[in-house]
Design a protein around this ligand. Structure first.
Ligand SMILES: *[C@@H]1O[C@H](CO)[C@@H](O)[C@H](O)[C@H]1NC(C)=O
Ligand SMILES: *[C@@H]1O[C@H](CO)[C@@H](O)[C@H](O)[C@H]1NC(C)=O
Ligand SMILES: *[C@@H]1O[C@H](CO)[C@@H](O)[C@H](O)[C@H]1NC(C)=O
Ligand SMILES: *[C@@H]1O[C@H](CO)[C@@H](O)[C@H](O)[C@H]1NC(C)=O
Ligand SMILES: *[C@@H]1O[C@H](CO)[C@@H](O)[C@H](O)[C@H]1NC(C)=O
Ligand SMILES: *[C@@H]1O[C@H](CO)[C@@H](O)[C@H](O)[C@H]1NC(C)=O
Ligand SMILES: *[C@@H]1O[C@H](CO)[C@@H](O)[C@H](O)[C@H]1NC(C)=O
Length: 379
């Protein structure tokens, strides 16, 4: 680690917050998920990539690409997190789907899934993700307690709690992406895409880990469920990005703009929508944004939460919530959580326009981003 936290604090030219610390676990990564917390003055003390929506190799590979694009491999340690759920297997997952109905998106359990990356080609730290998480939380517990941001399955965090239960009290709290509520009607009436985006793969792929983690008793637990589905790509957003870049060519010609390129793709929403992979909501990015900039939250609801862990239930792996007066008081364990309902949408879209147009390539040396204009071919 070359930079110090005081350098980092100085870096955040938009933020007045001190260098808070976050450890991110995910099952894949894009630039915004990483850069928005940095932009908000966070220091990223570790990044672990786990099995889930992608295979372990692909999760690591996408994260490695992001770190390489922004020249951050030397100051953000990359780890391999959980490589399989706690109890759920490929067989139990597909058996459950046969009994109770299958989600459209089946992540790395998708029949015929083929890795895009070769794990041997990726440079990452030997320490398993759960141990790296424990080390990071312990290291800063008395100075800057580490926030945990778990964007995929909860397995890596559940492993860490099992090894080191004090993790829960020593961490600042937990943010998760997952935990949709009230989506049955959308699932029953929607097309495949609408059913897909209203189904909660992160919790159903490892229900037991999700129940352990969500009910562990964190100082604070923020759930980004439905709200993340409300922020989506649009022609208007593409037009703003392309205009700021000075043309689609500029995005296509510079690998530094690969993250923006993957947002605008052809630059035409109608054409992009032919492949729904191009128009997915900004799921994890939204949670990164309201974690780093809590002021953008406009509505949230305190609940008691748990995850259904009954295999012979159609709701196996789904979030269940209660008001404080009506939650189970014995038996099924629950945890306090805050469900974020809405954020300032315009501010979120502005982040995309600002964060991805900065030059982050000296960040490991200086702890700062700088103005990109004039440094790239055509920009
Ligand atoms: C998981 O199960 C599906 C359906 O039975 C099968 O097509 C697929 O090959 C299995 N995947 C792995 C990694 O075993
Ligand atoms: C892994 O690296 C080798 C050697 O550079 C390369 O030939 C191969 O295409 C890479 N594999 C993947 C899946 O990226
Ligand atoms: C969650 O999403 C569904 C489907 O879009 C919607 O019908 C429902 O009102 C949403 N609930 C909340 C609390 O946002
Ligand atoms: C996008 O593409 C569609 C179909 O090719 C075309 O009809 C439409 O005019 C294009 N929209 C824009 C904004 O270029
Ligand atoms: C939820 O928070 C309330 C208020 O702090 C506390 O009394 C209660 O014990 C908590 N419930 C659980 C399940 O942690
Ligand atoms: C990338 O970061 C290294 C330090 O980690 C620095 O020496 C180098 O100048 C940076 N590269 C660019 C293109 O800024
Ligand atoms: C993009 O690259 C092409 C081919 O290399 C070149 O002809 C064109 O001028 C470039 N456009 C910009 C805006 O740099």
């Amino acid at each position: 680690m070359k930079f110090t936290s005081s350098l980092l604090a100085a870096a955040a030219s938009v933020a007045t917050v001190a260098a808070k610390k976050v450890f991110i676990d995910n099952d894949g990564l894009n630039g915004l998920q990483l850069l928005i917390p940095l932009y908000g003055g966070y220091e990223i003390v570790g990044l672990s990539m786990s099995f889930g929506s992608s295979s372990s190799a692909d999760s690591l590979g996408t994260a490695y690409d992001v770190l390489t694009t922004y020249n951050m491999t030397s100051c953000i340690p990359l780890y391999l997190g959980a490589q399989q759920p706690l109890i759920q297997t490929n067989d139990t997952f597909h058996l459950h789907n046969t009994l109770f109905g299958a989600p459209v998106w089946q992540g790395a359990f998708t029949p015929g899934y083929v890795d895009s990356y070769d794990i041997n080609n990726i440079t990452y730290n030997d320490t398993p993700g759960a141990l790296a998480l424990i080390d990071a939380v312990k290291k800063y517990k008395d100075t800057d307690p580490v926030m945990i941001w778990a964007a995929g399955m909860m397995t890596t965090v559940a492993q860490a709690i099992s090894i080191y239960p004090k993790l829960v009290e020593e961490a600042a709290g937990l943010y998760i992406m997952g935990g949709y509520v009230d989506t049955q009607m959308a699932q029953a009436t929607g097309n495949a895409f609408q059913v897909d985006v209203n189904t909660d793969i992160n919790l159903i792929q490892d229900p037991e880990a999700a129940q352990i983690v969500l009910t562990a008793g964190w100082k604070e637990l923020y759930i980004g469920g439905n709200v993340t589905n409300y922020l989506v790509p649009s022609q208007e957003l593409y037009d703003r990005i392309i205009e700021k870049a000075g043309g689609l060519d500029v995005l296509n010609n510079n690998t530094y703009f690969s993250e923006l390129q993957s947002i605008v793709v052809s630059g035409n929403y109608t054409e992009n929508a032919a492949d729904t992979e191009n128009i997915l909501p900004f799921w994890d990015e939204v949670v990164s944004a309201f974690m780093a900039f809590p002021d953008i939250i406009t509505s949230s609801t305190p609940v008691l939460a748990s995850v259904d862990t009954s295999f012979y239930s159609p709701f196996y792996g789904q979030l269940r919530i209660w008001g404080a007066d009506f939650a189970p008081t014995a038996g099924y364990k629950t945890g306090n959580a805050t469900i974020v309902n809405s954020i300032k949408d315009a501010v979120f879209y502005d982040f995309i326009l600002s964060v991805l147009f900065e030059d982050w390539r000296q960040f490991c040396d200086t702890g700062k981003y700088s103005c990109l204009k004039g440094k790239l071919n055509g920009y």
